[in-house]
Write a protein that binds this ligand. Structure first.
Ligand code: GTP
Length: 293
């Protein structure tokens, strides 16, 4: 049996596609299901309208046609973004950014393992230097993922210098992938953005930054995007990582967040275990979204 996904629309759609015919209740239930799943009012309206057009055009009353059309529309909209990770540089440097608590450190551990599974060598840099706990937590994940870590020599060390040292280690030892943890909370927003800007500039004295991945928590849905807006505006974000999808009923957030930010989702976190991270494939995601429906 397929694994049950909390974010699937299956239960929200309540057997809609096995009913005898498409009627007004179908449209109302569909709209409710999309709104509940955090697609947001605009996308919900657009999707329902497009489906009504298609159903009218094909003169069908068969709910199974509706299911297929819904899957295609979602996939088509998801696929407007290029979700491939750009990691061909050597070393390929990824900065992981985002507010505290969204799952940034866990994601770095999982991402390190993900890359190791592709036989890549990896070093992580603990550039969230003000929180002792952040460094220790990253250390634990580095150990689990079986990758190297560069730690600050003392707490409060300039985060940019830790990032620089991490890239230096990679270049010296021929390590292919560098992942750098960054702070999520400082006294002021401008302080945080200055710090991230400096990390970016200092790394680029050695090599270009390949990816700046913004981590977002699916359980907070679209509210979480608001908290992260400064990162989107100032941190040069190249892609999104959506975490905690396993504990969320908000599968629609995935489409909504791409369209709202204009940024592609590159990774999806689906649990607390080290292997609970996958790349993002629109076709697979659209299918899973409707898996139990
Ligand atoms: N269910 C689930 N939990 C997750 C996922 N990713 C992270 N978590 C949990 O979310 C909590 C916060 O994760 P952290 O990695 O500590 O988050 P952070 O953003 O680094 O937070 P700080 O360390 O406070 O900066 C932890 O309890 C993780 O186990 C996920 O994909 N699914």
């Amino acid at each position: 049996m397929a694994e049950r996904r909390s974010w699937s629309l299956g239960s929200a759609l309540r057997g809609m596609f096995t009913r005898a015919t498409i009627d007004e209740t179908t449209w109302e239930d569909l709209e409710d299901a999309l709104l509940t799943a955090d697609f947001g009012p605009t996308i919900t309206d657009e999707v329902v309208e497009a489906l009504r057009d298609q159903v009218a055009h094909h003169q069908t009353t068969d709910p199974r046609d509706l299911r297929r059309m819904l899957s295609e529309i979602i996939e088509e909209r998801l696929a407007k973004f290029d979700t491939t990770l750009n990691l061909s540089a050597r070393p390929a440097v990824t900065l992981m950014v985002g507010v505290n608590g969204v799952g940034k450190t866990t994601t770095i551990g999982k991402f390190a393992r993900f890359l190791r599974n592709f036989n890549r060598t990896v070093v992580v840099g603990a550039a969230d230097t003000f929180r002792a706990a952040a460094v220790e937590q990253l250390d634990t994940w580095a150990m689990r993922a079986d990758v190297r870590i560069v730690r600050p020599q003392q707490y409060g060390q300039d985060p940019a210098s830790v990032a620089y040292q991490t890239v230096e280690v990679a270049m010296r030892e021929g390590i292919e992938m560098v992942i750098i943890d960054t702070a999520g909370r400082l006294q002021t927003k401008s302080g945080l953005m200055d710090e991230l800007g400096k990390v970016h500039r200092v790394v680029e004295k050695l090599t270009p930054v390949s990816e700046v991945l913004l981590v977002l928590d699916a359980t907070t849905g679209q509210n979480g995007v608001q908290q992260a807006e400064a990162f989107i505006e100032y941190a040069g974000v190249t892609g999104l990582v959506v975490t905690k999808l396993d504990g969320s009923a908000k599968g629609g957030f995935v489409l909504a967040v791409q369209e709202r930010t204009g940024l592609p989702i590159k990774l999806i976190g689906t649990g607390e275990g080290i292997n609970d991270l996958t790349g993002f494939t629109p076709h697979v995601f659209a299918e899973q979204l409707l898996a139990d429906a």
